[in-house]
Design a protein around this ligand. Structure first.
Ligand SMILES: Cc1cc2nc3c(=O)[nH]c(=O)nc-3n(C[C@H](O)[C@H](O)[C@H](O)COP(=O)(O)OP(=O)(O)OC[C@H]3O[C@@H](n4cnc5c(N)ncnc54)[C@H](O)[C@@H]3O)c2cc1C
Length: 487
């Protein structure tokens, strides 16, 4: 059974061992707890839409193993069209819920790049990792698994390597190798979508040298595995998002977590890398190329909803969208730049001998730098159009609306181009999208923009461009780069 219904998905998540905490307390059921329930609901929507005749082409793909229809987030991306399918699903998911779904994203990309790197390792080293990945892939398809992807380690002091850290747990590492598996421990932090996932795909957070072999570990672990404690950390305005009022957004709310691996045993068939430092660089470059090609569609999808939310606010304020047309066009331009740059990187990408398709790294990383910039302008415009009540702190809480003493007066005060409740709902959405729990990780989600700039710097043909410009200018003299001035 490769496809599951939303209800089956929720049921399978409900059955998992509780190991997620928030505000110092154990969340007994992530499908009903206010901190996690909306996230589970938003992933449920993707399972349901996989069965919707109008949306199925977006949410499903063909298995490269069996030819069966599978959820898209369980498929191998083998062509530019497949990575575009990733982008289009993400933009569509944002249209459904206004925000990120996490559990159908980074873990999926993680499995895709593990498909490739294990193929490489088996070919070069005679290991058997690829067979394990294939077996796990079948399990993932058959059980329609939702996966979080854990790359980011706690890292400790950023100027030191993992092996130099005072606390080895700052980075997830192999503590012990046994005949039947490995024991891992350490911290992975800021991981998206864990509460709504069945499994966590762990891969190294950086490319490493031989001195860092212990940290070169990739594995699939069940979210509720013994020895794993998870702390849910979400967003600045989460207390507000969790109020069960009519003004709260009706979908979305992603979750973010810290993962504490305290001697977690991983059986061999779930271990996909253990010490092969040489392969971590390629793994990371493939991951970031796919991820950063598609991330432009995420922020474009949220930008589309910001456009809609801003138009609704203008109207609720009693204004036409016309005076704001130039600003709205700028929002649309921002969205299409990040979406289109991602598509461009796919068109210039290449299929690897393993079967994985990898977008062009230069364009994908250039896209990440824009993803860390343009959505912020889009948010500013949405707030600009909406007025002060859509900014944080300028809007009464749901409980105040319920007051028998002054609740009705608050609604009267909010009445403008629309009744007070309509304007309140419209304002809450803009607040949630621009300063609240609906914001995806534009700046650091998918890695820091400075990391992306390093790739652009490394891949741009500076000397070729200088030589061409010299020729066009008719310069025949030598024009060497002088040695940098001494400080
Ligand atoms: C909303 C959100 C969702 C996320 N989801 C996931 C997820 O699902 N899975 C996952 O694995 N991770 C996830 N992350 C984590 C994300 O990948 C990291 O935040 C990102 O890689 C940056 O790491 P950091 O936060 O530790 O920042 P840092 O590494 O501390 O970076 C801070 C700044 O310092 C710079 N810097 C860092 N090290 C150096 C150095 N040695 N020299 C010079 N400059 C340096 C960086 O470029 C950056 O400007 C998510 C993050 C966010 C915000």
């Amino acid at each position: 059974m490769a496809l599951r219904s939303g209800e089956q998905y929720v049921e399978s998540i409900r059955k998992m061992r509780p190991n997620i905490y928030k505000w110092g307390e154990l969340i007994k059921d992530v499908t009903t707890h206010p901190a996690t329930r909306l996230h589970v609901q938003s992933v449920k929507r993707s399972y349901d839409l996989s069965h919707d005749p109008e949306k199925a082409a977006i949410y499903t793909a063909k298995s490269h193993l069996t030819g069966e229809t599978v959820h898209r987030w369980n498929s191998l991306m083998q062509s530019a069209e497949d990575v575009m399918g990733n982008s289009n699903m993400k933009r569509e998911q944002y249209h459904q819920t206004g925000t990120c779904q996490g559990a159908t994203c980074a873990g999926w990309t993680g499995m895709n790049v593990l498909w490739d790197i294990t193929w490489q390792m088996d070919r070069d080293l005679g290991t058997h990792y690829h067979e394990r990945v294939k077996k796990y892939w079948k399990y993932m398809e058959d059980n329609a698994i939702a996966m979080a992807g854990a790359l980011t380690d706690a890292k400790g002091n950023r100027s030191l390597r993992p092996s130099q850290q005072a606390n080895k747990d700052s980075n997830l590492h192999v503590k012990e190798i046994r005949s039947d598996g490995i024991v891992i421990r350490g911290f992975k932090c800021q991981i998206c979508g864990v509460a709504a996932a069945h499994e966590i795909i762990c891969v190294p957070g950086s490319g490493y040298g031989e001195s860092e072999k212990d940290f070169c570990v990739a594995a699939a672990v069940p979210r509720d595995v013994e020895g794993l404690t998870i702390v849910e950390t979400r967003r600045p305005s989460d207390a507000r998002d969790e109020e069960e009022g009519w003004d709260a957004p009706k979908a979305g709310n992603i979750t973010q977590t810290f993962l504490i691996f305290d001697d977690v045993f991983v059986p061999n068939d779930r271990v996909f890398m253990c010490g092969e430092a040489k392969y971590t660089g390629r793994l990371l470059m493939n991951f970031t190329s796919i991820y950063r090609a598609a991330i432009g569609a995420c922020v474009a999808g949220q930008g589309d909803i910001m456009i809609g939310a801003a138009i609704n606010m203008a109207r609720a304020n009693g204004l036409s969208m016309r005076p704001f047309q130039d600003k709205l066009v700028q929002m649309a331009v921002n969205n299409e730049i990040t979406y289109g740059l991602g598509l461009g990187s796919m068109m210039r990408g290449r299929k690897q001998p393993s079967g994985l398709f990898v977008p062009d790294p230069l364009l994908a990383h250039a896209n990440k730098t824009q993803v860390a910039k343009l959505p912020y302008e889009t948010k500013v415009i949405a707030q600009d159009i909406s007025g002060g009540i859509a900014e944080t702190g300028c809007f009464p809480s749901f409980k105040d609306f319920q007051s028998t003493e002054y609740g009705k007066k608050l609604l009267e005060a909010l009445t403008a181009g629309a009744d007070g409740e309509t304007r309140a709902r419209a304002a809450r959405l803009v607040e949630w999208l621009t300063v609240g729990g609906g914001i995806p990780g534009c700046m650091h989600g998918g890695g820091s923009p400075d990391g992306a700039r390093l790739v652009v710097r490394a891949m741009t043909k500076w000397e070729d461009y200088a030589a061409e410009a010299k020729r066009i200018a008719g310069i025949t003299a030598d024009l060497p780069d002088p040695a940098p001035a001494k400080k």
